[in-house]
Write a protein that binds this ligand. Structure first.
Ligand code: GLA
Length: 392
């Protein structure tokens, strides 16, 4: 059974500072740190002006950054073999095209927002599994954003955090070309320990929802199916296009304004199912928040089950590995389980009684082995702190 450790925060900071020094031959000025996320419920709702309920993971990315006195930018990562090098002016929509676009894109977006971003050397390292649907890209963007914000003298108030989230979204959508909706960057910058973050993309507001899992003897178990998910290979954009089609047909401002009766009248069967997922999923987020506030975990489990079925059957973003992880988790004692994130691979999330965690993980491993799937990886999703600057 493989559990992915979040690492010891102080060790990670020490390691990224050491890597920076050996890559660039001088010390870093500042280290920013930003978490990955797991979404509890509310999938593909963010770009539909809907609701979602993510938590920040203890797994995070650290970005060590130092100012240069010219306009060059160098970006290296312990997780990538090649360093990227360019001028501040050479990144922008569509450039660079490789992994470094997520970091270079943030510099571009902050400059676009009017900040005097200097030339920089950047080194990143982290423990958010890559391609697992746990927002390693948002963690990379947000770790760079908080570090650069500190260098240019921005104090991390909630308003500044919202502004940084917006810059990170521009980096992802306009520079990296992944047409995502903003949930990942918002939670990475605005999460709170022991809470889930209710995000309302219509009102552009957030609310902390206390997650009292421990008194209930429950934990969040995330299973990375190791089916690599990608947000810029067409499936995600196709779902977005179907939603836009539904909006145009219904004559509403967004699917947040649509109701299920109207949706059932849509002529195109596929578009109807896509819209049904989004509209019903937004309602499930509201119900889940109420159930969490009432500590009604059985109800949360039912809502997870309905959400998964909706993503599998109506939105069609699940896959055999995700279905197997979800079914097996529930059979082995989880209160509820569902796929999480963009879909087409990635991870599932389950609410599991503390004493059943290892048994559930073992049962999923056995099922994957029996079906000839790659061995999955698991992690404990303790609701953690938002992005910030690391103490020296
Ligand atoms: C990805 C995107 C988010 C969101 C989810 C699905 O994580 O980055 O913006 O759309 O998929 O809920």
């Amino acid at each position: 059974m493989a559990f992915v450790s979040p690492g010891v925060p102080a060790d990670l900071v020490h390691a990224v500072r050491a890597s920076f020094r050996s890559a660039y031959g001088r010390p870093a000025d500042v280290v920013g740190r930003a978490p990955g996320r797991v979404n509890l419920i509310g999938e593909h709702t963010d770009y539909n002006a809907g609701l979602c309920l993510p938590v920040a993971l203890p797994h995070a990315t650290c970005a060590a950054v130092a100012r240069r006195d010219d306009d060059r930018v160098r970006i290296a990562s312990r997780q990538e073999p090649r360093m990227w090098e360019g001028d501040l002016a050479s990144s922008g929509p569509g450039h660079p095209t490789e992994w470094a676009s997520y970091a270079a894109g943030v510099l571009w977006a902050l400059r676009e927002a009017g900040h005097a971003v200097p030339g920089l050397d950047i080194y990143v390292d982290g423990t958010v599994p890559l391609g697992a649907g746990l927002s390693s890209s948002a963690a990379l963007e947000c770790s760079v954003a908080v570090a650069v914000a500190k260098l240019v003298g921005l104090e991390p108030s909630d308003d500044v955090r919202r502004e940084l989230a917006a810059a990170c979204v521009r980096a992802e959508t306009e520079v990296a070309g992944a047409p995502t909706g903003g949930m990942d960057q918002t939670v990475s910058l605005l999460a709170r320990t022991d809470c889930a973050l209710l995000i309302d993309f219509d009102e552009h507001s957030t609310r902390q929802i206390e997650l009292d899992l421990e008194p209930a003897g429950l934990v969040l178990l995330v299973t990375d199916t190791r089916v690599t998910h990608s947000l810029n290979d067409g499936g995600y954009a196709a779902r977005r296009a179907d939603c836009e089609h539904a909006v145009a047909r219904l004559g509403v401002a967004s699917l947040r304004q649509a109701d299920l009766v109207d949706v059932e009248g849509l002529a195109d069967e596929r578009v109807r199912r896509r819209a049904r997922h989004v509209v019903s999923e937004i309602a499930r987020v509201e119900l889940a928040v109420r159930a969490i506030e009432d500590a009604d975990w059985a109800r949360v489990g039912d809502l997870f089950e309905q959400s998964h079925a909706s993503m599998r059957d109506d939105f069609e973003i699940s896959c055999p590995e995700l279905d197997a992880a979800v079914e097996t988790a529930v059979e082995a004692g989880a209160v509820g389980a569902r796929m999480t994130g963009g879909g087409f691979g990635g991870s599932s999330v389950a609410v599991v009684p503390q004493e059943r965690v290892e048994a559930v993980a073992r049962a999923i491993d056995a099922r994957f082995a029996a079906q000839g799937f790659r061995a999955p990886a698991h992690l404990r999703a303790v609701p953690s702190a938002p992005a910030g600057i690391c103490a020296d």
